[in-house]
Structure formats: C-alpha cells, structure tokens
Design a binder for this molecule. Structure first.
Ligand code: C5P
Length: 231
C-alpha cells in the first residue's frame, strides 16, 4: 500500500460544495475521504455516493449507537451504497448488530474506542470511568474485535498497546488525532505526527483540519507525505 492509500482526508467543511472542491483540489493525489456527522445534514450521504461513483474510497464516520435491531437496519441500508468503512460505537452488542446488518457487503465495520479529544481528566469529570485511558481503549478494542469488528478507531497513544494484543494484531486500525510537525493541536489531546502513528502500527491515518483548513490543501497533503517518507 502506498502512503497515498494510507491517508484518509476528513472532509470536515461546512458544505458539500466545499467538500467537493476540496476533493477536486486533491484529484490524482488523495483517493480516500471521510464523511462525518458535520456533512450528514447537508447532503453528505449523496456526496459519499458521488465519490464512490468516481472510484474514490469512502469512509462513512457516523459512530452509530442504538439498540441492536435499529443498528442492524441502519447498517444494512447504508451498506447498499458499498462504502469502504463505516464506524459504530465499540460496545459489543452494537458491533455485533452492525456486522449482522452488513451481511455479505464488503463494507468494513470499524469500532470507535475512545474519542481522541478525550483524556483522563475528561473521563473523570464527565464519564466517571475508572482506569488508564490506554488500558480502557485496548479493552474496548479487544471486545469489539471479538464481537466481529474488522478493525478499530484508536488514537496514536493507544496504537502500540492495541497492536500488541493478539486479537488486534492483524486488524485494521484507523488513527485520527494526527498532527504534522509544526501544526496546531486544536481540540485533539492524544496526538502524534503521521510518521510516528504509522511507525506505531496505524493502518490508516485520518487527517482533517491540517489539510482542509490549509491555504493550499494539496501542498499540505504533499507535505504530510514528504514528512512520512523522509523519516
Ligand atoms: O481535524 P482533525 O484532523 O482533528 O480531524 C479528525 C477527524 O477524525 C474528525 O473528523 C473527527 O470526527 C474524527 N475522529 C476523531 N476521533 C475519533 C474518531 C474520529 O477525531 N476517535
């Protein structure tokens, strides 16, 4: 797999028109795009289908969470469009229902462990979950894989520990919280550079603001590839 295939550009912009312009500005360079909740109310699903028809890879990041019957129905419907990746929350019953709903489709079901914008302090203040974030993320990853997930979404800080787990060793790990050298961290907390994340075992990197908010997204994208290959 080339570096190009490992970078997923998160289309975190305000409209599908802007998203399409961004895709077109990366034409011939990037071939994998993530559409998330920010675009869903603005025609994001139609955009996702358009990108698929253009031969691009699409990651639908909906982080689904509901009762099993609803998850199964939702995933079954979404998989008709043959998106490449779809996220659900990493709770085993959600993952299991998603895998059932996916049926024979090739869409990979990826489980969210913990958001990369959360750290131990947030867990103390809001979620009251005891334990080290790394251990919790690894345990969630393991349970999601046991429930049938094809892979997990995990921060760079949990990559090594998840990769060491025998159940997760060969699975897909998609890593957000990526910040190229010299770029702003924004609201992310558990971050790493693209090179570090790949070295620690990420299968794919999700990169949003460092590319979509750059004055020249193509230059930013190419700089990330240079940073990866020059290390
Ligand atoms: O702009 P930035 O590179 O921080 O964007 C990261 C993207 O990855 C966002 O679209 C966000 O929704 C997504 N994401 C994340 N943490 C997760 C799962 C997805 O930041 N655990």
């Amino acid at each position: 797999m080339s570096d190009r295939d490992k970078i997923i550009v998160a289309l975190d912009v305000e409209s599908c028109d802007k998203a399409l312009k961004l895709v077109e500005s990366l034409d011939g360079y990037a071939n994998f795009f993530k559409i998330g909740l920010g675009l869903i109310g603005r025609g994001g699903l139609e955009l996702a289908s358009t990108l698929k028809k253009r031969g691009l890879h699409v990651f639908l990041d909906l982080k689904l969470f509901d009762i099993s019957n609803t998850i199964k129905n939702a995933v079954s419907g979404l998989c008709e469009a043959k998106f490449d990746f779809l996220t659900v929350q990493g709770d085993p019953q959600v993952v299991k229902a998603a895998v059932e709903g996916r049926g024979k489709s090739n869409t990979k079901i990826l489980a969210v462990t913990f958001l990369t914008s959360l750290d131990r302090k947030d867990l103390d203040q809001n979620l009251i979950i005891p334990g080290e974030v790394q251990t919790l993320a690894c345990s969630r990853a393991e349970k999601a894989i046991l429930a049938g997930a094809d892979g997990v979404i995990a921060s760079p800080k949990e990559l090594s520990i998840i990769r060491e787990n025998s159940l997760c060793m060969t699975k897909i790990i998609v890593t957000p919280g990526i910040r190229p050298t010299n770029s702003a961290i924004d609201d992310q907390k558990r971050v790493a550079t693209p090179y570090e994340a790949l070295k620690m075992g990420a299968s794919y990197l999700v990169i949003g603001r460092p590319i979509c908010q750059a004055n020249d997204p193509l230059a930013a994208y190419e700089e990330i590839k240079t940073q990866i290959s020059n290390n």
